[in-house]
Design a protein around this ligand. Structure first.
Ligand code: BG6
Length: 495
């Protein structure tokens, strides 16, 4: 690697779960696969006092458990760990940034390469404003010495439209927009990126990709897990904030966007913003027509009895936080006018599965009068995870003297074609940020648009008392979800 690719990453919130399960395992895997630019420095910080060696030992456990690449031997691990350092401190205290800066400069001098710096905010969001302000005051946002400085900000970016605008304003006072990388880890998933390849590297879909041929789009992100000890966080969040305002809306934009002129950050992000501009705002009086919420009750997951949401640790007994949400969105532009986009997500659903379903119109006229009378419309199913792949469901004649038509699946499975596990989203996103490519990151204006779209729903739900519709843990959501989609003649495709 060229020495001018040398970089340092400073991780705030280093004792947290994200660092342990995702960030360090991703950096390690990039290193083990020889794709991480070298030399590099990983400087981690949190409040807990710890030595470099104590911290490295903790990281090794995380890597063993969560990294895609296993640790082959101690020597390789030692080569990686020798670049990882820890500095304890209070991120809200301006004085700490002097210590941080001194340590960073000392490590950079020892490395003797360009001063390229990335700050990663992986703390609770309540600390973002302090960290950004303090970085600015300490002169750490500047790009001097010929190197670059970037900041990666974890989700959630804001709690509502006002706080997201405030955070954007603050960040942009300290950093230039080009320095800011706002994470949505769904954009780093191989299969989500493949939506763009499917649409824009193939000629056959574009003529079909509009209201003339598409009847409906469904995006589902179902999780089998419950709130997993994050009851406190989830109480403040709920499914709409946690999954729809970011991940599901990003997916919907990739499906709905116009072809960008080039595959550059701003060209792609401009098109996604235009989709958001075209989304029909949800009027306060009509929220129930466009959105549904529910909560999981006790049930079974993996054949084990599991508690309902209201019995989870950290959850208020009368909580009205939704663990399931479904939305019907309309995009008022020439391509999509009249085509409903359904988004749904939930915890404690039947199993972990995320997929996008494009349902095409039925044939205009059925010539096959004998045998089966009703023929299903064609579906294109993009499976995001697990069992990553793409299926096209078409009708075919069953062998035999009778004219019996039934659906068959043309299937592409990632693991059969490419083998192995797809790279983790964080591997791709970290590498892109190191290389200065923000295409797979959310832009500030998009985030504000996504909050504006969801805000009337959040407000309406906050005003409407519970109890919420319930669904049994391990089921596919509340009975109300079927009625919700049936109002417009649809039905959920059960994965
Ligand atoms: C996160 C949410 O953004 O995404 C979690 O905060 C959720 O609640 C997670 O479990 C799902 O991500 P993945 O990659 O496991 O589908």
């Amino acid at each position: 690697m060229a020495a001018d690719e040398a970089f340092s990453i400073v991780i705030f919130g280093a004792s947290g779960d994200l660092t342990h399960r995702k960030l360090i395992p991703a950096l390690w895997t990039l290193f083990a696969a020889r794709t991480l630019p070298e030399p590099f420095t990983i400087l981690c910080t949190a409040r807990t006092p710890m030595s470099d060696d104590e911290f490295r030992a903790k990281l090794k456990d995380g890597v063993k458990q969560f990294a895609r690449f296993k640790v082959p031997n101690d020597q390789v691990w030692q080569r990686f760990a020798a670049n990882v350092f820890y500095v304890p401190g209070d991120p809200t205290a301006p004085e700490f940034y002097g210590t941080l800066r001194a340590r960073l400069e000392e490590l950079e001098r020892a490395r003797g390469a360009a001063r390229n710096r990335m700050f990663y905010l992986s703390t609770p969001p309540s600390l973002y404003a302090d960290i950004v302000t303090n970085l600015g005051k300490a002169g750490l946002a500047e790009e001097d010495g010929g190197g670059w400085t970037r900041i990666i900000i974890e989700k959630p970016f804001g709690h509502d439209v006002t706080s997201a605008q405030e955070l954007n304003r603050l960040v942009i006072r300290v950093f230039r927009e080009e320095q800011v990388y706002r994470i949505d880890h769904y954009l780093g998933k191989e299969t989500v990126q493949n939506v763009l390849a499917l649409r824009f590297a193939n000629g056959i879909f574009e003529p079909l990709w509009n209201r003339n041929h598409v009847a409906e789009v469904q995006c589902t992100v179902a999780e089998a897990v419950g709130v997993e000890g994050r009851g406190g966080y989830y109480e403040e969040s709920g499914a709409l904030r946690d999954m729809i305002q970011n991940h599901l809306l990003q997916i919907a934009c990739l499906i709905a966007m116009e072809p960008p002129v080039t595959f550059d950050a701003n060209a792609v992000r401009d098109e996604k913003s235009k989709v958001m501009q075209a989304m029909r705002p949800i009027e306060p009086g009509t929220v129930d027509d466009f959105a549904l919420r529910a909560q999981y009750a006790a049930g079974f997951a993996n054949n084990k009895q599991v508690p309902g949401y209201l019995q989870e640790k950290g959850v208020k007994p009368q909580s009205t936080t939704e663990t399931y949400a479904a939305l019907r969105l309309l995009i008022d532009n020439w391509r999509w006018a009249g085509v409903p986009f359904y988004l749904q997500t939930g915890k404690r659903l039947g199993r972990r599965v995320s997929e996008i379903v494009i349902r095409f119109h039925r044939t205009p006229h059925m010539i096959f009068r004998r045998g089966s009378v009703s023929v299903d419309p064609n579906l294109l199913v993009i499976r995001i995870q697990p069992d990553e792949g793409i299926s096209l469901i078409v009708e075919a004649k069953e062998p035999g003297p009778d004219l019996k038509i039934s659906p068959v699946t043309l299937d592409f499975k990632y693991h059969e074609v490419f083998g192995g596990e797809p790279p983790e989203a964080y591997e791709r996103l970290l590498l892109d940020a190191i290389h200065g490519d923000a295409t797979l990151y959310a832009r500030g204006d998009w985030i504000e648009q996504a909050w504006s779209l969801t805000q009337p729903i959040l407000d309406h739900w906050a005003r409407t008392p519970g109890p919420l519709p319930q669904y049994e843990a391990g089921s596919w959501g509340p009975a109300e979800a079927d009625a919700f989609i049936a109002r417009n003649g649809g039905h959920w495709r059960r994965p």
